[in-house]
Design a protein around this ligand. Structure first.
Ligand code: GDP
Length: 295
């Protein structure tokens, strides 16, 4: 994960730490290299610009210049600002309020939405919740079957969706049925298409109105870099999302999506998928990810 970025930053920081004293010139040069490393990692251009400006302002301050270990101070500032860029603290789900809690998973086909629905059900079950998986992707009939199979694997109930019914009706009925089955968390796997289109957004908006979800999570593939960021922005503008789940992060050597999404959309990454297996979903911890990037 993030191997390329980590290697690049490692060599910049070795150089910075190697200087006994730092001149303004050394810092400018170091930050130019950090900037290039972030751009090569496919981080959004404006996000990089703002990030470097913040680090520069702090790094050129007196505390750093007069410190005994100025190089290390600069690295520390980059580390702190990276944590901020990733969201500061871990963002958990807000499922308080009405019961059953409702979570809609949205995203394009192939992003990993169906798999992630089952992973999330497993995760929440382990936390003591009683999830109800609801396949509402009637565009891809195989998705209903896929979620039914996965739900058995994670030991969670699955709503018997009728593919002939409109997804909004499926969602509405499932939410009504959950309490009758003593289930408290409805997870809806919505339809994904190859592209964002009016019909998809219209359907998702109607569903949102009908079931008033506490969470609308966009599932996006980390490997698609800035496409994932643009997608998050488009879904947020049209529908309003509460957070992002980034999948396939284990194969992402660059990290551009992870480092841009919050700054571009204002919405946090809440979970990450780190493999195909159903236990390979983790809460997103900005500090741990920053530690990893900085080696
Ligand atoms: P959907 O069309 O969005 O519902 O996508 P699927 O859930 O069918 O997933 C598409 C593919 O991505 C499947 O082969 C999944 O196993 C795979 N996948 C999902 N999440 C991850 C992940 O975190 N890492 C990896 N490596 N593969 C994943």
């Amino acid at each position: 994960m993030f191997d390329n970025l980590q290697k690049r930053l490692d060599s910049v920081f070795k150089k910075l730490k190697g200087y006994g004293r730092l001149t303004e010139e050394n810092i400018q040069e170091g930050l130019r290299e950090v900037r290039l490393a972030l751009l090569e990692a496919d981080v959004n251009y404006k996000v990089v610009k703002d990030f470097i400006a913040k680090v520069k302002e702090r790094a050129l301050g007196q505390e750093v210049m007069e410190s005994l270990t100025p190089g290390q101070q600069v690295v520390k500032i980059v580390h702190q600002e990276l944590i901020e860029l990733l969201g500061g603290k871990t963002s958990s789900l807000s499922l308080a309020g009405k019961s059953p809690a409702v979570i809609m998973l949205v995203g394009l086909q192939g992003s990993g939405k169906t798999t992630t629905s089952a992973k999330l059900a497993r995760f929440l079950k382990k936390k003591g919740r009683r999830p109800y998986l609801v396949p509402a992707d009637v565009q891809r009939p195989a998705a209903i079957k896929q979620l039914q199979v996965l739900s058995k694997q994670v030991g969670v109930e699955c709503y018997p969706s009728d593919p002939k019914e409109p997804p909004v009706e499926i969602a509405r009925k499932a939410v009504l049925k959950a309490p009758l089955m003593n289930l408290d968390t409805v997870i809806i796997d919505t339809a994904g298409r190859l592209h964002i289109d009016e019909a998809l957004m219209g359907e998702l908006k109607a569903m949102k109105e009908k079931v008033a979800p506490q969470e609308i999570l966009l599932v996006a593939d980390a490997m698609t870099g800035q496409d994932a960021v643009n997608m998050a922005k488009a879904f947020d503008d049209a529908l309003g999302i509460t957070g992002v789940i980034l999948t396939k992060l284990e194969g992402d050597a660059r990290g551009g999506a992870a480092l841009s999404i919050l700054a571009v959309t204002g919405k946090p990454i809440k979970f990450v998928g780190i493999g195909e297996k159903l236990d390979e979903l983790e809460a997103f911890h900005p500090d741990r990810v920053a530690n990893r990037i900085l080696g």
